[in-house]
Write a protein that binds this ligand. Sequence first.
Ligand code: KIV
Ligand code: ZN
Length: 511
Amino acid sequence: MTDKLIIFDTSLRDGEQSPGASMTREEKVRIARQLERMRVDVIEAGFPAASNGDFESVKAVADAIKDSTVCGLARALENDIKRAGEALKGANSSRIHTFIATSPIHMEKKLRMTPDQVVEQAVKAVKWARQYTDNVEFSPEDAGRSDVDFLCRVLDAVIKAGATTLNIPDTVGYNLPHQFGALIRQLRERIPNSDKVIFSVHCHNDLGLAVANSLSAVLNGARQVECTVNGLGERAGNASLEEVVMAVKTRRDIFSCDTRIDTTQIVPSSKLVSTITGYPVQPNKAVVGANAFAHESGIHQDGVLKHRETYEIMRAEDVGWSANKLSLGKLSGRNAFRSRLQELDIVLENEDALNAAFTRFKELADRKREIFDEDLQALVSEVEVAMVSEHYRLLSMRAHSETGILPKASVRLNVGGKEREAEMQGGGPVDATFKAIEQIVHSGTELQLYSVNNITSGTDAQGEVTVRLSKGGRIVNGQGADTDIVVASAKAYLNALNKLHAGAERAHPQV
Ligand code: KIV
Ligand code: ZN
């Protein structure tokens, strides 16, 4: 008999705490649908008390998702818990996740509360949460640096108050695997009625040990792992979902539990999260990196051809790597387009959005012979962006590069309803384009990152550009895709400027 290991995905909450990774409501719903399709057990959709936008996003996910439990985060405060309860009202299955810090440094310096006050607040929080759902998770934040006796006291009290999952976070990624595993074992052994609740872990990757610590906890009885797609998350990120799931599946000889994840959805999920957040996946990333199944040396290639398992412990197709799937072509009609979107679980908000997407598809098909699923994903992201009111919109542009001549670019923008035009020279056509945009908008932003990835292969592939801009402490990522990478760059730059312009402020749960 193998136990069930619950996969709790927090890409939409902790993942969103990565600089610039904030997602719109529509983007969150798209990712949540993909997580549901991957058979994630619990989706942490956000922190409803952070802002009205966050509340609406959690509500939209709760309303859309049927097969996974939808969870909202709340500090141990009555209003936070009320907001989470209200946002989750429409969910088929809901969970409130409430937390308060328990380490000496957090209690004294951040909360300015005594240990007794922390226990009292934790108990109140769990009782408030139980008024909305009987599925309540409690986390002693910074458990990895908390005193074990105190942890036992808090956790015993919250079980009595009605918590059903106890999540042990290594908030600052400080623990080593043997130590973290031993902590979970001790808590399970010392806390009365620990067998009546699920022990969960939430590990950060500051020392590159998030997955190792999570797996060590599983070996010591944890039965829920909190993780994110591509390991996205605060600072160095969280434990990566794909690595945890594949480690448990590949090493069945070691683990006495398994997940219900459909592993063939891992790569599509990774691509979607990367596209939406603008966080590229490093080529040598385990499981989902472009090179994860590439064999470079002759000896390895020879071995794999003779017998695949000589150098492969997992099969690429089991995690969803397949040759790019040809989706549609120039002659595909509206119905074929609509039904392919349905098959990909892409739901556009209304008929206008579908029309806009179809027009964009036809334009793309004129320039690109074959349209792949990845192209459709990028195209829909763009249409969704364009449907929300954009302060800055690209009307047209021209870029010129020629050997021996300084490149130049001219752009025509719609800025808040007025047309503006500028031409500038630059070190290359992209540089000239950004300078021309800046000549019009004078944004005062700093360019922190510029990266280009091809969405599919071939020289007619769409280039997907990510631009990261910062201004006054705010960081945003913008994305743009086009078969012309200079145009994609302009779109990405304007997308980032629009996000800065929208400027919705949100509270951070841990500040
Ligand atoms: O890292 C952390 O401690 C958290 C908690 C809110 C669980 O994200
Ligand atoms: Zn965290």
